[in-house]
Design a protein around this ligand. Structure first.
Ligand SMILES: C[S@@+](CC[C@H](N)C(=O)[O-])C[C@H]1O[C@@H](n2cnc3c(N)ncnc32)[C@H](O)[C@@H]1O
Length: 434
């Protein structure tokens, strides 16, 4: 059975006519789910009764429906939704028992809800083709945003799929999706996490990088509508965290050791403002910035100049130079020695002390909130083993970088703070001894 619910946007028709299958699939976020993972998820989706309504959104050739029938038989009402006609014809051949709908799942309005929704939605930030993978849907982004109550920041199409699928669940219904792990920790998903906590009980199975040739760490998310609390599993079996009253906070591997570490310390964010460097476009258009090295100009530094405990002040990876004393025109904190922490080196902390006050185009910059902090000792502490273990254990590889929120929560041992000076006043003349 086939229902045609919507036509493709103009630029998507264009994209679908592209000769390269690979390009077309990338533009629609196509990633095929390994069969062992499909089977694991179908097991989690166990139906409570026969005859219930089962939906696979973004189904491509409907691997989840096919596996569902193999495991539980045909006594269910099965539906698949897919935007791409070519995929749909394969789905119909693969699962002739199901009803397939050609539609944009995020705009689709079915007449009834579903008891089970399972699958692998597309992943990617929606935007311009030169920057973002999901660009064929760019024209529809405003509509998606208008309809979503959890869209925040850049968001990601998979977040919109989670929200829409939860809304289409019947009371007591179950969602089983495999999605990137980034929603566990990124601020872009804080509204989504809060919404999920409000509508159901969550089980999250952290599986790591299980998609061949894809450098993305994933989780299987189970939402039981009307339930409550959170269970985080390390892999398919090991229950690692239980929160009977989950309210939407970051989801982390909060073992007792790390909770005690946090309780006994002062969050780094209480001691420092975490600022980000001047962005590339701003740096490029500054009148004192040059693409050539000139006498008395210094390189504008990037993450490649930053190492644990030291800064390479010589190599110009950015290809940009400027007079050092004008760096403050980009950011005032370039004007005094301060700590710099890497943003893009995975879930580890790489910190150095910029004693020469150079201009930067990347990374986090720690601006003290209080007097009397020993910055060199702080640098050694942040690069040290306990902090590295804390960060990598709590956040694994959920995202390929350290976020400002993670950085602000790092506990600083109280022994590091022999003298807790008064807060710096707004106009304080900052002189910090290394
Ligand atoms: C990650 S693939 C998953 C394929 C399949 N479910 C699997 O697990 O092997 C995502 C699928 O979503 C489809 N898709 C992308 N955007 C969509 C949308 N807005 N509505 C419906 N399907 C969409 C793509 O065409 C693609 O087939």
């Amino acid at each position: 059975m086939t229902l045609v619910m919507s036509s493709l946007p103009f630029d998507m028709v264009d994209a679908l006519q592209q000769p390269s299958l690979k390009e077309r699939e990338r533009a629609l976020g196509v990633v095929y789910t390994p069969s062992a993972l499909v089977e694991f998820m179908v097991r989690l989706a166990r139906p409570a009764r026969s005859g219930c309504r089962v939906l696979e959104p973004a189904c491509a050739d409907a691997p989840f429906l096919a596996s569902f029938i193999r495991r539980y038989g045909c006594g269910y009402q099965l539906y698949g939704v897919e935007i791409d006609t070519a995929h749909l014809s394969r789905a119909r051949a693969n699962v002739p028992q199901a009803t397939f709908i050609e539609a944009d799942f995020l705009l689709w309005e079915p007449s009834s809800c579903f008891d089970i929704i399972l699958g692998n939605p597309p992943y990617g930030i929606i935007g311009d083709g030169s920057h973002y993978p999901i660009h064929t849907l760019k024209e529809r982004k405003t509509l998606y945003r208008q309809r979503s109550r959890t869209w925040y920041g850049k968001f990601n199409i998979y977040g919109a799929f989670i929200e829409r699928a939860v809304d289409l669940l019947s009371p007591g219904g179950k969602l089983v999706f495999v999605v990137p792990a980034s929603w566990l920790v990124l601020d872009d998903f804080r509204l989504l996490r809060a919404y999920l906590a409000q509508v159901g009980g969550l089980q999250v199975y952290y599986l790591g990088k299980v998609f061949p040739k894809r450098n993305v760490s994933v989780v299987v998310l189970v939402v039981e509508k009307g339930g409550e609390g959170l269970e985080l599993y390390d892999g398919a079996e090991e229950l690692a965290v239980v929160k009977p009253a989950y309210a939407g906070e970051m989801i982390r591997f909060e073992r007792r050791e790390w909770l005690e570490f946090e309780q006994n310390g002062v969050p780094l964010g209480d001691l420092f403002h975490v600022r980000f460097a001047a962005r590339s476009p701003e740096v490029r258009k500054h009148p004192a910035v040059s693409t050539e090295a000139r006498p008395a100009y210094v390189p504008i530094l990037t993450g490649r100049n930053l190492h644990a405990g030291w800064i390479d002040y010589k190599t110009c990876y950015s290809g940009l130079w400027m007079p050092r004393e004008r760096a403050v025109e980009l950011r005032s904190f370039y004007g005094f020695p301060h700590l710099v922490v890497a943003h893009t080196k995975g879930a580890r902390v790489v910190c150095a002390y910029d004693e020469r006050c150079y201009p930067w185009r990347e990374e986090f910059h720690l601006v003290p909130k209080r007097e009397g902090l020993d910055l060199l000792a702080m640098m050694h502490y942040l690069n040290g083993e306990p902090v590295q273990r804390y960060v990598s254990d709590l956040y694994r590889d959920f995202v390929p970088h350290l976020t400002a929120s993670m950085l602000k929560r790092i506990p600083v041992e109280r022994s590091m703070l022999p003298y807790f000076g008064r807060p710096l006043s707004r106009n304080a003349n900052v002189t910090l001894s290394g």
